[in-house]
Design a protein around this ligand. Structure first.
Ligand SMILES: [Fe+2]
Ligand SMILES: [Fe+2]
Length: 345
């Protein structure tokens, strides 16, 4: 007789996140009837700005900066978890982690491609990253000390990415919104597999439970810091909200993330490392201790525990991949000459 399959229960999510996701999925940015008029009319009518549209230079520059930083975060963000692929405890976990890390590379590609529709070049964006002129999400600069870090990272930082990025599916720039819809579908898998891995560890041996609890405790504040500085200190927020690039403020998203996490942590049986965390019936949100923004600033400025290591590794693989880029460019040139008799440029 076959045994009933027991596994992790469904992950509870808040009504707010479900509603955001329903709105994003209901959206067909390509099917929108567009009003006559310019940029401001399109923004006011909640229509997408497309690459051919006129747009203020500040809007273009803001998007290029945001898309570049987002793409870098996806690509550099592969490192903390890739380290664990050869050390995965089972073939199943290895296959899942491999798929997740490959997804992150794909997210980087969608986002670099979206920035290219605005006139940025991939070479310039990568040069800015490698020279340290353009940043990426600070959580990447913390180490992954044990196997449980892959689970805590996915549950918390991919979970934070979902709260941040599901609203971005409705951002005003069409190629960005469409890229985010695909990214979020994959982030949901990342989030779920992290929850699944933690759930199994929390029901394992005492050593596994301890390892999982330790990893969650170390990743909680880096995940909260992913939402950026508090609204009062966020330099770009007001304009980005007016252009509908950003739909919610940093502090609101951080609160929404906490509200999503607490019931999930209870189900997992893991303690979030914040003694001040409690339900506030008046606000209908959880109270919590915000991250140390002084530390966040230090990490963003390059003084995190792994800043140097992450960037150095990125520089090294960029050099190692040079021959692949050159071969691909040469192949494209010859292909274009064969097909069009052009010079292939
Ligand atoms: Fe991603
Ligand atoms: Fe992810």
């Amino acid at each position: 007789m076959s045994q009933p399959i027991s596994g992790p229960p469904p992950m509870p999510v808040t009504d707010w996140l479900s509603a955001q996701w329903d709105d994003a999925c209901a959206l067909d940015p390509r099917g929108d009837a567009r009003p006559d008029g310019g940029f401001d009319d399109l923004i006011a009518a909640e229509r997408k700005i497309e690459p051919r549209d006129q747009m203020p230079s500040g809007y273009r520059e803001t998007l290029i900066r945001q898309l570049g930083q987002h793409a870098h975060s996806e690509v550099v963000g592969m490192q903390p978890e890739a380290h664990w692929i050869p050390r995965a405890p089972t073939l199943h976990r290895k296959a899942v982690l491999l798929a997740k890390v490959q997804d992150e590379a794909g997210h980087g590609l969608y986002l670099y491609a979206a920035a290219e529709t605005l006139g940025a070049t991939r070479e310039d964006m990568l040069a800015a990253l490698l020279a340290g002129r353009q940043g990426y999400l600070s959580f990447i600069n913390y180490p992954t000390l044990t196997w449980a870090d892959t689970a805590a990272l996915a549950w918390l930082t991919d979970g934070a990415a979902i709260v941040n990025q599901v609203p971005l599916c409705q951002t005003s720039y069409g190629p960005y919104a469409r890229a985010m819809l695909r990214v979020c579908r994959e982030e949901s898998f990342h989030h779920r597999q992290g929850f699944d891995s933690l759930w199994v560890m929390m029901r394992g041996t005492a050593a596994q439970r301890e390892m999982a609890a330790d990893a969650v405790a170390r990743w909680w504040y880096p995940a909260l810091a992913m939402f950026g500085p508090p609204d009062a200190r966020s330099t770009h927020s007001a304009q980005s909200m007016a252009w509908r690039i950003k739909r919610f403020s940093n502090d609101e998203l951080r609160q929404r993330f906490v509200d999503v996490c607490v019931p999930q942590a209870e189900l997992l049986g893991v303690t979030l490392p914040d003694p001040a965390m409690r339900w506030n019936a008046e606000r209908r949100h959880y109270d919590f201790t915000p991250p140390d923004f002084g530390e966040l600033t230090q990490v963003i400025r390059g003084h995190g525990p792994c800043n140097r290591q992450r960037l150095e590794h990125r520089r090294q693989v960029h050099e190692e991949g040079r021959w692949v880029r050159e071969a691909a460019a040469e192949y494209a040139r010859k292909h274009a000459m064969r097909n069009g008799g052009q010079d292939g440029t």
